[in-house]
Design a protein around this ligand. Structure first.
Ligand code: C5P
Length: 411
């Protein structure tokens, strides 16, 4: 069965575990459940003790058409469906309203009641819709917890800005039920088609920092956006993605495992450890050189004398992996960031490095590619060159992920 809501549709098999937190906005969950059910999505619900002060288990149960769960130590509930199974027999876990307290517990990995235990035990994607007083939302502790949750791959909806039940104004209002439902439906729609399920993918992204001494380093302007978007696009197609990232300001895409590194040597070590994989995409802007005589102590400024830095060539991670005699990934994709003769330089890089595909792009300053949000690329393979139109980095990533999945399906 296919149901429609706000122009979106989703098949009836999908299910959501809704964890209702204890905030005044909890009443909006009743409308959310109604919208999800209208879209053919099955909802199971857990109410925290505080949530029961705002909505009754009976109202929620009446709307979802089955019992709701409230107690970690209920022998009857555990006998019917244990909390582990409850947290995993779903496509998505949604916390709404996510109170400051629930967010703090999630960020610290506490499991003090059924809701937090289910959140810690789940292996499914988690979405939260925060709602709280504006000062609680702006508090450094909440913002710290939010950053941690995003780093853990939790997706965040809202909060909205506006009048609050407590009489104040600002960000902290629960997003409207139709907006939350739309995000859930959007997400669930994407979970149907997963051609890369079971495939292990490795993506390198971002710049590397090559230390001069403990406080200084050589770096480049890579933002990591393209590599992160590729990791996200591959995960959206069901791949098991390890993202090996140099220093960036970006959040970990949902469902992606990130390993943070600093230098090219660290990146090579982390890459080697992450093997074997089915496919590897090398989108990192690895520094070509490192400081061979980097110092363990801060180099002191001496009158007029310049530091005596000796550069050494960094290991080429792409070439190393491409030329592995055993354990080479089936598909190795490199990037060629060029400012001139893009296709020619990209093609010779394909041969020189020994990889299977090269994504060549123009990074001349006037294109705004480096650090920007758009990219214009050519996919170079042994079969020829496919030039893609200028599009967002997310669109480039989706097209590349699709091409990768077609490659694996064709094998
Ligand atoms: O040689 P160049 O830096 O232009 O090659 C770019 C490609 O090689 C990118 O895919 C980049 O991630 C990869 N690379 C690497 N290790 C290096 C240098 C580049 O993996 N040391």
């Amino acid at each position: 069965m296919l149901s429609e809501i706000g122009g979106l549709s989703v098949t009836s098999q999908k299910s959501v575990l809704l964890i209702i937190g204890g905030g005044i906005a909890a009443y909006k969950c009743l409308e959310l459940i109604r919208l999800l059910s209208k879209a053919g999505i099955k909802t199971r619900a857990i109410l925290t003790k505080a949530a029961e002060q705002f909505v009754t288990p009976l109202s929620v149960a009446a709307l979802i058409g089955e019992k709701v769960y409230t107690d970690l130590f209920s022998l009857t509930d555990e006998a019917e469906m244990g909390h582990i199974q409850l947290s995993r027999s779903t496509d998505l876990v949604v916390v709404a309203p996510a109170t400051a307290d629930l967010m703090a517990k999630m960020a610290s990995g506490l499991a003090t009641d059924l809701a937090t235990t289910a959140l810690l035990a789940t292996d499914k994607p988690v979405m939260i819709a925060p709602a709280m007083n504006v000062r609680m939302w702006g508090h450094p502790a909440t913002q710290r917890n939010l950053a941690q949750l995003k780093k853990d791959g939790v997706k965040v909806i809202g909060p909205d800005e506006g009048d609050m039940a407590c009489g104040e104004y600002g960000p902290g209002r629960l997003s409207e039920p139709d907006a939350i439902a739309a995000k859930i439906i959007d997400f669930l729609k994407g979970t149907g088609n997963k051609p890369l399920t079971g495939k292990k993918m490795l993506v390198t992204a971002g710049p590397t920092h090559e230390p001069i001494d403990p406080v200084r380093y050589i770096a480049n302007r890579s933002s990591g956006k393209q590599g992160y978007a590729i990791a996200e696009a591959l995960a959206a197609l069901g791949a098991d993605v390890t993202l090996i990232s140099g220093p960036t300001q970006l959040d970990v895409p949902g469902g992606v495992k990130r390993i943070d590194v600093e230098s090219a040597s660290d990146m090579l070590a982390a890459t080697t450890l992450a093997l074997p994989v089915d496919g590897a995409i090398f989108a990192a802007a690895v520094a070509d050189w490192r400081v061979a005589n980097s110092s363990d102590q801060k180099v002191k400024k001496k009158d007029g004398a310049l530091p005596d830095l000796t550069l050494a060539e960094n290991p080429d991670i792409l070439a190393t992996v491409s030329q592995l005699k055993s354990g080479r990934p089936e598909l190795v994709v490199g990037f060629a960031a060029e400012t001139q003769n893009i296709i020619e330089n990209g093609s010779s890089k394909l041969v020189r490095k020994g990889c299977d595909w090269i994504v060549a792009n123009d990074v001349s300053p006037d294109t705004g590619t480096f650090g920007g949000d758009r990219n214009s690329v050519h996919l170079i393979t042994n079969d020829g060159v496919d030039s893609w139109p200028s599009q967002s980095k997310a669109e480039v990533s989706s097209q590349l992920a699709k091409q990768i999945s077609e490659y694996f399906q064709g094998r």
